[in-house]
Design a protein around this ligand. Structure first.
Ligand code: C5P
Length: 400
């Protein structure tokens, strides 16, 4: 049977893009039923949306004909996925608080289907602490998000994060949610980004990891249907669609958040964990002056990869580490598998411009093979690795 989407169009200028989204979904054989809020109808008409969807549009909770005909409970249930695009700040706030005073919000409160929101709003509204709270609440409730992206705002010409994801991006995320991928039901952990280790309340030790490769892997695993927890150090990246992101700062917090994600089918440790931390974090800011230049004593951080690899019964079925090497890449990676107790190592040669760049050249090393992959975009590395993971987890004995 063909898949069914209920598209809720909210009241924002990005609503015009939702008309294209209807077309793009229908091109994939997905049937689209449309609900529009009152504000949405100021931007696009139900006639236009209905003509593209090929069926009438629903707008009113109190319209007797509409309620008798289909009704908000059936609208909420007779679909495989609900998409809200554009999801305005107001609509996110209403949903986060469980309000149900119009058709769109009543449908969302009544549904038991997965919900994908594509937020669109002015960058100041997106970064406002009220919206941040509502966003966190909705994420915790299991709603999925795509975007918002960075770019120029249609109304004001301002730049910043708040622009609705493009129709094709929303469609791709929706298709991934609609189609049960090979990793459906599997639990994955990805660590990403740097850790920062406090010296005093204002200073820290860290490194230059951008988090790009780890975020791409989390996104690729989610696209294949996995339930992904992304434990991330500070980065400038938005959480990928459909991924549960847990923000941490130090290696010890990363370890704690990683253990909290158990049980797991697969753990991919991409984070550039700081090797050392200051032994004593000064309570107050260390003063310049009389005492001269301070000496900072360091101690070793816990090794998260090794800890998860050696968990015994609770060990994830497949544990994958990364290794940044500059020479004897394969040999060093094999030694790392043995030392850490993980199953695979993805080794990258960082002698070039890989750190922070858009591309990566890696060798996948397992217990019995070493495969050199051509240099490609970090997203492509991520998809290829997710494919290998899916194969390993869906064949009977995980490939070692
Ligand atoms: O020992 P090295 O830092 O080269 O190992 C890199 C791999 O180990 C990466 O997968 C990294 O995420 C992981 N790692 C870790 N905890 C540490 C150090 C490294 O999980 N404290």
């Amino acid at each position: 049977m063909s898949k069914r989407v209920l598209l809720i169009i909210g009241g924002g200028i990005a609503a015009y893009k939702s008309l294209d989204l209807i077309r793009r979904l229908r091109e994939q054989g997905v049937s689209v039923r449309v609900v529009m809020t009152e504000a949405a109808q100021r931007f696009v008409t139900p006639l236009a949306a209905g003509a593209i969807a090929g069926e009438r549009v629903f707008t009113d909770l109190f319209d007797q004909a509409q309620e008798f005909d289909v009704g908000h409970i059936r609208l909420a249930r007779e679909c495989d996925l609900i998409i809200v695009a554009p999801a305005t700040a107001d609509f996110m706030a209403k949903t986060a608080h469980g309000l149900a005073n119009d058709l769109a919000s009543a449908v969302l409160l009544a549904t038991d289907k997965p919900v994908l929101m594509a937020p669109a709003m002015n960058p100041h509204m997106w970064s406002n602490s009220a919206t941040r709270r509502n966003f966190a609440t909705l994420q915790a409730q299991g709603l999925r998000f795509v975007g918002p992206n960075e770019g120029e705002m249609a109304e004001s010409g301002e730049r910043g994060v708040g622009r609705m994801a493009e129709p094709l991006e929303i469609r791709d995320t929706a298709m991934a949610l609609l189609n049960d991928g090979p990793l459906k039901g599997k639990r994955a952990l990805v660590t990403a980004g740097p850790t920062i280790e406090a010296i005093d309340p204002v200073r820290f030790l860290s490194n230059r990891s951008s988090g790009k490769q780890g975020y791409a892997i989390a996104a690729a695993l989610a696209e294949l249907g996995a339930e992904v927890t992304l434990v991330s150090g500070p980065t400038n990246l938005p959480a990928p669609a459909g991924v549960k992101r847990v923000d941490i700062e130090s290696a010890r917090e990363m370890l704690e958040a990683s253990e909290a994600a158990l049980p797991l089918d697969v753990a991919v440790m991409v984070a550039a964990v700081a090797d050392w931390r200051p032994t004593n974090e000064a309570k107050g800011k260390i003063k310049k002056g009389a005492a001269g230049v301070p000496t900072i004593a360091l101690q070793e951080n816990p090794d998260i990869l090794a800890t998860l690899s050696k968990l015994g019964k609770k060990r994830p079925k497949l544990v994958i580490g990364f290794a940044a090497e500059t020479d004897d890449v394969e040999e060093n990676a094999r030694a790392k598998i043995a030392k850490k107790g993980c199953d695979w190592i993805v080794a990258n040669d960082v002698s070039g411009d890989v750190m922070g760049g858009a591309e990566n050249a890696v060798i996948l090393i397992t217990k019995d093979k070493a495969e050199t992959w051509p240099r490609m975009a970090k997203q492509a590395v991520a998809r290829k690795l997710a494919g290998e993971i899916a194969q390993a987890l869906t064949t009977k004995a995980p490939r070692k």
